[in-house]
Unconditional design. Structure first.
Length: 151
């Protein structure tokens, strides 16, 4: 782990959870592509209001990233890479954009499905623009649910 503060947080978590000592070292990420949304997302996660996140499958494939694994951990940071908490992935589902429902939107910290769709359409547009792709209603979304396990 390149982020020494995140490594310290992970080490502190392991000190209290020895059963996870052999777990793969988690990646360190922030939960958006801009400062305002990343900091808002981590705040919602810390308050227990955000329990899910999502990406497009196309973006993961173009970045050569594997699908998230149930049981894996992530150290979540604010935009400035300060570690704020550790989450554990509890569910991963692939769904087309048009099939996202209000239950998932609420787990992501949005108040309504319409709000989720607007915010995420904008995010997915930015995410895919890097790869010269555009979003569409049938694009596959990698829906990840998680639980906060340490802060």
């Amino acid at each position: 782990m390149e982020n020494t503060s995140a490594q310290t947080m992970w080490d502190n978590y392991l000190d209290k959870n020895l059963k996870n000592v052999l777990v793969e070292t988690p990646r360190t990420i922030h939960l958006s592509d801009n400062e305002s949304e990343a900091n808002s997302s981590v705040d919602l996660t810390l308050k227990g209001l955000k329990k899910a996140t999502s990406n497009t499958l196309i973006a993961l494939q173009n970045k050569n990233e594997t699908l998230p694994k149930i049981g894996s951990y992530l150290v979540i940071t604010d935009w400035n890479k300060n570690p704020k908490c550790i989450i554990k992935i509890t569910a991963v589902k692939l769904k087309p954009f048009f099939a996202i429902d209000s239950d998932f939107a609420i787990k992501e910290g949005d108040k309504t499905l319409d709000s989720w769709k607007k915010t995420h359409w904008d995010y997915f547009s930015r995410e895919l623009h890097v790869f010269k792709k555009t979003p569409n209603e049938s694009m596959i979304i990698v829906c990840q649910e998680f639980e906060k396990v340490y802060e």
